[in-house]
Design a protein around this ligand. Structure first.
Ligand code: ARG
Length: 462
């Protein structure tokens, strides 16, 4: 085995078990493009500071690009003995261009290098994730648009409560995912700082132009404290928190799809392409995609707890514990992306059973509040009106009736305030139409909100 890049003060070789235990290259290998980009920016700072000549800069950058190509093509394969992606890239560079490769690490440490690579990588992924969230928001808005006039029961305590437009119900998710986009953008904005130049912890002594490196890599700012720069992982914690909230929303939507597609509800039917069968029960059509959306939320929450626990109580500055930041980060990115890819086509291909939703509205006394509101509108205190309407519901349940079929004589038996127009007042459509208050479910409102939403979506993902 080759000597380690840091083996100068060592007399014994690393134990094989330690090589395995210490290595991160099996998972941080995915940072290689960002590692190469960061090294090229570092080489530019070294050249500007006069640490390397422009000819050396050209040879180093050519070599780095070659390493990148070799990794991409599979010609260069990582092994545990290489320790991490930073060592692997530098070792291969040195093989390719000779001792000059050893100049690249001047004024740099793996501590600021990994802080840079993780930021660069996450920035790229954040743009992708924000674009995928945009796709989900778009599908939700389109499904809402197709169902503005689909009336369904709205629930509280999972008990039928008041009728709502399905478009309104779906747009609630639009608002949630819109806030998620905001959180991801906040995270992106806060983490947009260039850490190179921090060195191991105290700052590099080579007069590097940090602004140049930041510009080359597209960072908005440079970090202002070298110790913070190498030990900060808040950006990972913040991203996984935002991802956890996003997944919480995915999970609530998933749960509704699972319920709605059950035979008990029968509100929607997921397409065959987005459902699975049972290996034993031939009649089954299972909502596995929605269930996995719900289930995968657990692993993202787990990742959040993992990174918070790794970071808690670490003294400044870098500690090797921090290598444990990567798997939660990568797993969160992979999980969130896989969910965001599969949900839009699942939603777009879902069939809505309008008749079942409407029938559930008729059967559930969803208009009982409207009966109480009717009396309140005639001057009866709402508390009393609530009691009277409750008595009417009890009467209906006892006699197997709904409010819609009650005769005017029956209404009047409960209160002299009821007139013939009570029929229309408790119609499900009236109940929805009356909720014209801003943010309410009236069809006109939902249409108006959708117009704004469509304009927002046209402006792009951010
Ligand atoms: N693989 C390491 C990590 O991910 C890179 C930094 C190592 N720094 C060190 N001083 N050993 O955290």
């Amino acid at each position: 085995m080759k000597a380690k890049l840091w083996s100068g003060r060592f007399t014994e070789a690393t134990h094989g078990l330690v090589d395995e235990f210490n290595a991160s290259v099996s998972f941080d290998g995915r940072l290689y493009r960002h590692d190469v980009a960061g090294s090229i920016a570092h080489a530019a700072m070294l050249a500007k500071a006069g640490v390397i000549t422009s000819a050396e800069y050209a040879r180093i950058t050519d070599g780095l690009r070659k390493v990148e190509k070799e990794i991409a093509s599979g010609a260069f394969v990582f092994t545990a003995g290489m320790e991490d992606v930073h060592m692997a890239v530098e070792a291969r560079l040195t093989e390719l261009i000779g001792p000059l490769g050893g100049k690249l690490h001047t004024g740099r440490s793996r501590n600021d290098q990994v802080a840079l690579d993780a930021r660069l990588y996450l920035k790229d992924e954040l743009y992708e994730i924000i674009t995928l969230v945009h796709g989900l928001k778009k599908t939700i808005a389109e499904t809402a648009a197709a169902n503005i006039e689909t009336i369904m029961p709205g629930y509280t305590h999972l008990q039928r409560a008041q009728p709502v437009s399905m478009g309104h119900h779906l747009l609630a998710y639009y608002e949630m995912f819109k806030r998620d986009t905001g959180r991801l953008l906040d995270c992106l904005e806060r983490m947009d700082e260039f850490p190179l130049g921090a060195g191991a912890l105290a700052g590099s002594p080579y007069g590097l132009d940090r602004g140049l490196g930041a510009r080359l890599l597209g960072f908005a700012r440079v970090t202002e404290n070298s110790m913070d720069a190498v030990s900060d992982r808040d950006f990972i914690v913040e991203f996984i928190s935002a991802a956890s909230i996003l997944m919480m929303h995915v999970s609530r939507l998933s749960e509704e799809l699972v319920l709605w597609s059950s035979q008990e509800f029968g509100f929607v039917e997921l397409s065959d392409a987005f459902s699975t069968g049972s290996s034993i029960m031939p009649q089954k059509k299972n909502p596995d995609v929605a269930e996995l959306g719900r289930g995968k939320t657990g692993r993202v929450y787990g990742n959040l707890i993992a990174i918070l626990t790794v970071m808690k109580a670490l003294p400044l500055a870098y500690n090797k514990d921090m290598q444990e930041d990567k798997e939660p980060l990568f797993d969160t990115i992979d999980t969130v992306k896989s969910v965001l890819r599969v949900f839009p086509p699942m939603l777009a291909s879902m069939k809505v059973n309008r008749a079942a939703m409407r029938a559930a509205c008729d059967a559930g006394f969803l208009n009982a509040t409207d009966a109480a509101d009717y009396l309140a509108g005639k001057g009866m205190p709402f508390r009393e009106a609530h009691r009277v309407a409750g008595e009417i519901v009890a009467y209906c349940i006892k006699n197997g009736k709904t409010l819609a079929v009650l005769g005017i004589g029956e209404w009047k038996g409960f209160s002299g305030l009821f007139k013939a127009d009570i029929k229309n007042a408790v119609a499900i459509e009236t109940s929805v139409a009356k909720r014209r208050i801003r943010g309410g479910t009236a069809i006109a409102n939902v249409k108006k909100r959708l117009r704004t939403v469509m304009t927002e979506l046209k402006k792009g993902a951010c």
